[in-house]
Design a protein. Structure first.
Length: 171
């Protein structure tokens, strides 16, 4: 019983020390979603369902003096303002203290989806004519800060020039 009480007292002291340290540092600051970087179209899958595999990196910034754990990433993808897919990835990735971090992810855009590419010719013709493609992502990144789950919402919209992908240029 003495060991148990000693253990509880030790946990309380460590918890209070951590709390006062964080208060002195200005408290726990939000992890910042910066942008999506390095979007690449990696492959087209013709069968069984036509899709385009896309990869990118979510750039994040952790201003805290302690690391956090990224546990989940969930977002919707819109191409030319049309919802294409919902992506949900469960991960377990440590993010270092006071650093910028790039979380790689991959998702598929179903090209045969009735709601999105029902009028594929118009979307692709418009993209080719404008020489660009607008891609928007809206979602959340789940992290754990000191074992406390936190949701980090984000919204990112970029215009991607087709010449950068057709000619094989990378960002």
């Amino acid at each position: 019983m003495k060991r148990f009480l000693l253990f509880l007292t030790l946990l309380l002291v460590i918890g209070l020390a951590g709390y006062f340290y964080l208060q002195k540092q200005g408290g726990v600051q939000d992890i910042e979603f910066l942008q999506i970087e390095g979007l690449q179209f990696s492959r087209v899958t013709p069968f069984p369902k036509l899709s385009l595999t896309t990869s990118a990196k979510a750039a994040l910034h952790n201003p805290n003096p302690f690391g956090v754990e990224i546990t989940k990433m969930e977002f919707d993808v819109y191409v030319e303002d049309k919802h294409t897919t919902k992506v949900s990835q469960i991960v377990s990735v440590p993010m270092p203290a006071k650093s910028e971090f790039k979380l790689p992810f991959e998702f598929e855009i179903p090209l045969g989806k009735s709601g999105f590419f029902k009028d594929a010719k118009d979307v692709l013709t418009g993209a080719w004519k404008n020489q660009s493609l607008k891609i928007k992502t809206v979602g959340i990144i789940n992290i754990e800060v000191l074992n406390i789950p936190v949701e980090l919402p984000f919204e990112e919209e970029n215009i991607y020039l087709l010449k950068d992908y057709i000619l094989g240029k990378e960002e």
